[in-house]
Ligand binder design. Structure first.
Ligand SMILES: O=C(O)CCC(=O)C(=O)O
Length: 260
């Protein structure tokens, strides 16, 4: 790795994201792709209409609905591997916790456009969003399984409120649409093997195209109040925990949830 972990931390702190090129080797991506493609096929078969009409992602990839024991354990071991944990801990040094996984793909309908947002806008009103972006954040780790157009991000927006253009576009105010371009946006194309880490609450959008398939891991700082968002079924059970080399990320979430 070219960058030291402390350099990544200060870059993230200022910009709200970083990308590490060729972080995973071909064998790592190929094993991950095999499991994810199995999930994706089963999910599409089960969600035919939703997939055809409006979907652009699925979630709970580590859950029990579409994958069996061994594939789930393989995913849990990937998520908590040394490579991922080093990166997670470079941003969240104390007690990071697992939240969920998502899979992003191209919508079937070509009229559906990629759209700017902050993840927190779906849970909080405007005044609350202004506060939430200064509180502990949720981290996305994007692992593209194929080369893809990647993401467009507004660097630094994890720590500041929107300017007028950003606000109107993201919120679709004053006849603006959330799919319009932003002068502050920065496009980051990704290749299979790269890792992109970004703040869920920065202004961002996924870029559709190239039949993309990106596996996103979501983690949170356990100082934040996010355990409620976690679905029990996407966590390992005790028989799986025995087969996970470093289960700290999951144990943290399990302990937070049991404290309720
Ligand atoms: O890739 C996409 O379509 C959107 C990604 C996104 O918004 C996210 O990961 O929060």
């Amino acid at each position: 790795m070219v960058e030291s972990l402390s350099q990544l931390n200060s870059y993230y702190d200022q910009q709200g994201y970083f990308v590490i090129r060729n972080y995973f080797n071909a064998a790592e991506i190929s094993s991950l792709r095999k499991v994810i493609l199995k999930f994706h096929q089963a999910w599409k078969d089960d969600n035919e209409v939703f997939y055809r009409e409006e979907a652009f992602n699925s979630s709970l990839i580590t859950g029990s609905q579409y994958l069996g024991f061994d594939d789930r354990v393989a995913l849990f071991n990937f998520i908590s591997s040394k490579k991922i944990m080093n990166i997670v801990e470079s941003v969240i040094a104390a007690d990071p916790a697992f939240m969920n996984t998502q899979l992003f793909f191209d919508p079937v309908n070509p009229q559906q456009k990629d759209f700017w947002h902050r993840d927190c806008q779906y849970d909080f009103d405007i005044e609350e969003q202004k506060k939430v972006i200064h509180a502990t954040q949720v981290l996305h780790l994007r692992v593209p399984l194929f080369d893809e157009p990647g993401m467009e991000l507004v660097p630094g927006s994890h720590k500041r409120w929107d300017n007028a253009e950003e606000f109107d576009v993201r919120q679709e105010e004053n006849q603006r649409l959330s799919s319009e371009s932003l002068s502050t946006g920065k496009k980051i194309a990704l290749a299979a093997g790269d890792l992109l880490v970004f703040s869920a609450d920065m202004i961002h959008r996924g870029l559709y195209g190239q039949d993309r398939l990106a596996f996103d891991i979501l983690v949170f700082d356990s100082a934040g109040d996010y355990a409620d968002y976690v679905d029990d079924d996407c966590l390992p059970d005790s028989s799986m925990l025995d087969k996970i080399a470093d289960p700290r990320l999951f144990m943290k979430t399990i302990n937070l949830k049991s404290a309720f």
